[in-house]
Design a protein around this ligand. Structure first.
Ligand SMILES: *Cc1c(COP(=O)(O)O)cnc(C)c1O
Length: 374
């Protein structure tokens, strides 16, 4: 088994995807016109309980499109969590605006609502919340702050498609929800993304902006500067097949998390490691199974990662906090929680295709490494 690499995440594609792609190819509609685009947008929005879906070419474009549609521009400030994938603050920069970093909460790994208000100024226009690793942010607290200060809320749901907060799917709590369909996300289209909203006005704005700012009534007439952020019909064909499988994907991901917890119970009970808490009233999709390795475990996260790799088990480090990256460097501020989570955290294989046998193998190897280390 040691030669077989268990990847951290791999897509789950089947004959439905192949069939749709062939239909799209044979139809000749291989760019961004074609029926799969609207089918996928409709099915996706319906699944979330949103009114409108707007497909785009990737999740980063989804964030940039959302912020542009909300009018975020030079001089504005946008609140962003300090622990996220780099695309979140980058999208703010693309607008010429300033990302203002807020530390995350230890329990949810998501933006800490108690630390948002101290960062709000007269220039603050929006908050981007990131539902990290499949877990929901504390939306009630965040929406309350946003309402009080008249701020837009954008949800970065790239890692949390299908996750729930008080029985409602994430992505519809703020003004716009943004999703990614990169190969390792909950569903994939290869590259791809989606914005969802309940505002007809915003959805129309986003459709114009993603298509060069072209006036929908007058071909080659451009009232505004737009982008080419369109998804292809081939990608949408894959997406349509994927979204039909979403419930199975999520059940399997939740099952995998259960398997990890069962098979690591002995070291969880001893508090040598811990998983992220799934808050009451939330439902995680466990996009990645992340755990924290405590000092008394005896191995730091990157050493454990190297040792697991030698046994054919791929892992991933947690995102580096944004405030230590060169473009966003902040020396005068400490973001203790994101720093600790990065140092102690490790992401375990979490693909939908994972078998119980593989999870048991991974857990056994982790426990063996612990024993060998005293
Ligand atoms: C993947 C991801 C993105 C970007 O999506 P792409 O499709 O790769 O552009 C944005 N935010 C978060 C939190 C992500 O995980």
């Amino acid at each position: 088994m040691s030669k077989i690499i268990i990847p951290v995440l791999e897509p789950s594609l089947g004959k439905e995807e192949i069939k749709n792609v062939l239909t799209a190819l044979k139809s000749g509609w291989i760019s961004s016109k074609g029926e799969y685009i609207s089918y996928f947008e409709k099915d996706f929005a319906k699944y979330l309980g949103a009114k409108y879906g707007v497909t785009v070419c990737n999740g980063t474009a989804a964030l940039h499109l959302a912020l542009t549609a909300l009018g975020i521009k030079y001089g504005d400030e946008v609140i962003v969590p300090n622990l996220t994938f780099i695309a979140t603050p980058n999208a703010v920069k693309y607008c010429g605006a300033k990302p203002v970093l807020v530390d995350v909460a230890q329990n949810s790994w998501c933006i800490n609502p108690n630390k948002i208000e101290e960062k709000i100024t007269n220039n603050t226009k929006a908050i981007i919340v990131v539902h990290l690793y499949g877990y929901a942010c504390d939306m009630k607290a965040i929406l309350k702050i946003a309402k009080k200060h008249n701020l837009y809320v954008v949800e970065d749901c790239a890692e949390s498609l299908g996750a729930e907060y008080h029985g409602k799917k994430l992505g519809v709590f703020g003004d716009i929800g943004c999703f990614s369909f990169y190969g390792n996300k909950v569903i994939t289209t290869g590259e791809g993304g989606m914005c969802v909203t309940n505002s007809r006005n915003l959805s129309e704005k986003m459709k114009i902006l993603r298509d060069h700012g072209m006036n929908p009534q007058k071909k080659y007439w451009h009232d505004i500067v737009g982008f080419n952020y369109r998804m292809t019909n081939i990608e949408a064909a894959i997406g349509l097949a994927q979204i039909k499988k979403i419930n199975n994907f999520i059940s399997k991901k939740r099952q995998i998390n259960e398997w990890y917890k069962q098979n690591l119970k002995s070291i969880l009970d001893k508090k040598l490691i811990s998983f992220i808490n799934e808050d009451a009233n939330t439902k995680s999709v466990f996009w990645l199974n992340v755990f924290l390795i405590e000092k008394k475990f005896g191995l730091v996260s990157w050493v454990l990662a190297e040792k697991l790799m030698k046994r054919g088990i791929e892992t991933r480090p947690v995102f580096f906090p944004i405030h230590i990256m060169p473009p966003y460097k902040k020396k005068d501020e400490n973001f203790i929680v994101s720093k600790i989570l990065q140092e102690k955290g490790l992401c375990l294989p979490s693909s939908v295709n994972l078998t119980q046998k593989q999870v048991i193998y991974i857990c056994d190897e982790i426990k063996k490494l612990l024993k060998n280390n005293g």
